[in-house]
Write a protein that binds this ligand. Structure first.
Ligand SMILES: Cc1cc2nc3c(=O)[nH]c(=O)nc-3n(C[C@H](O)[C@H](O)[C@H](O)COP(=O)(O)OP(=O)(O)OC[C@H]3O[C@@H](n4cnc5c(N)ncnc54)[C@H](O)[C@@H]3O)c2cc1C
Length: 378
């Protein structure tokens, strides 16, 4: 399919990503799900050329690919189509890179960004032990000391913290100020006091790993403050306002995979002498999905184009994220019903898509939270 809004170079990038996924990833997706492990060799390949999933959005001046938001969406869509368990690798890099770009000093950018471009992994710990939808209510604290801060608290669902070399962590520097007293910090290595408590298991996206982490008197030097003290929540939301766009593109990718599987099945499955797709009851939900997936894709690329043009896009990002999320859930439901009992069979990928969709939907803010953002911008 030709998308009128993609340049020739972006069409080429899409074909390249698609071919790469078909060769390296799609054949491995079922095994990744069964084993709940992404082979190390595959991770290494994905972080290297041509896709460089962690370096894709690192600006060229820091040795990255300098990809636009549209470029990132093009790649995320293909990864989401092929194996969404791999998307968090790209997404946490987007979170880390934009954290540095929006809040980092030049010294911090020079220290971390070139290493991400080389394929090192950085992650993002915003969600606290309380509700992820209300980061202002986080309990983690950062107490000021003479030459730095001491962090205490618990972080949930820190994706790929195990293979990360760097972490952005948020905690309250002024707890009495609520959401206006949060600060961001950038950490390196496996610092003492950054304790892995448990692996947060999920029914889908198997292979991706998220961890619950205890911050136990974790000392962070003053120069590792990211942005200004007490302005961390504003920074966290600014980062998410960008990274939710490529996440929505990933949702579009998985929705398309479910749709394609459903159409293929409905054309091949012959009942009463004709393919089931010839029944309107089967065909119309698919026709509706075709429209919804295109609409979700258009909303996503509009938000990406607005970001690339330097326009304000808070409403458009959240519109894209919730619409793509709801479309994804509808797609896996319609696909599962179209396949009848095979929808639940591990011999078809649709049951995996269904588990992946429900495991993924809350990442970077739930559908309801996106609707809240949109409603506040009306
Ligand atoms: C695959 C995956 C990877 C993740 N990786 C990371 C990561 O690397 N780093 C990180 O920091 N976090 C990560 N998260 C956490 C994610 O950001 C949170 O799950 C998300 O913000 C929702 O928080 P919660 O799960 O605590 O739900 P809750 O906040 O407890 O929400 C429960 C329900 O209440 C609804 N709700 C809450 N507030 C409102 C409201 N005001 N109006 C209407 N409805 C509301 C929600 O929509 C939801 O339905 C990840 C999550 C997933 C699923």
């Amino acid at each position: 399919m030709t998308d009128v809004f993609l340049s020739e170079a972006q069409e080429k990038l899409r074909e390249q990503a698609k071919e790469y996924m078909a060769k390296e990833v799609i054949p491995a997706a079922e095994k990744i799900d069964n084993d709940d492990v992404i082979p190390e060799a595959l991770v290494k390949k994905l972080l290297g050329p041509p896709l460089r999933l962690t370096g894709i959005s690192v600006p060229k001046e820091y040795n990255g690919m300098g990809a636009s938001t549209i470029d990132a969406c093009v790649v995320a869509e293909q990864v989401g189509y092929a194996c969404p368990a791999l998307i968090p690798l790209m997404e946490i890099a987007q979170l880390f890179v934009h954290g540095l770009l929006y809040g980092g000093t030049e010294q911090q950018k020079k220290r971390y960004l070139p290493r991400l471009a080389e394929g090192m992994v950085g992650c993002y710990a915003l969600t606290d032990e309380g509700p992820g939808s209300d980061p202002a209510g986080m309990k983690s604290t950062a107490t000021k000391k003479e030459d730095g801060y001491v962090l205490n608290g618990r972080k949930r669902l820190v994706t790929f913290a195990d293979i990360s070399e760097f972490y952005i962590v948020f905690a309250k520097t002024s707890p009495e100020k609520g959401g206006k007293g949060i600060s961001g910090f950038v950490l390196e290595g496996k610092p003492e006091g950054f304790v892995f408590e448990s692996h947060a298991r999920t029914m889908g996206l198997r292979g991706h790993r998220a961890f619950n982490v205890l911050l136990d008197d974790l000392f962070v030097p003053a120069q590792n403050l990211l942005g200004k003290a007490d302005e961390g929540l504003r920074l966290a939301l600014e980062i998410l306002n960008t990274t939710r766009i490529s996440l929505a593109a990933g949702f579009v990718g998985l929705a398309s995979a479910a749709f394609d599987a459903a159409v293929k099945f409905a054309k091949q499955r012959v009942i009463g002498g004709r393919p089931v797709i010839e029944n309107q009851a089967v065909a119309f939900p698919l026709a509706e999905l075709a429209a919804r997936i295109d609409a979700a894709r258009l909303l996503t690329y509009r938000a990406a184009a607005m970001h690339d043009k330097g326009l304000k896009h808070k409403k458009e990002t959240s519109l894209a994220k919730f619409y793509a999320g709801e479309t994804l859930i509808q797609s896996v439901e319609v696909a599962s019903r179209t396949l009848g009992a095979y929808g639940a069979s591990p011999d078809y990928p649709v049951e995996r898509y269904l588990r992946d969709a429900f495991s993924w939907i809350a990442a970077q803010g739930t559908v309801e939270v996106q609707k809240l953002v949109v409603s506040r911008e009306l």
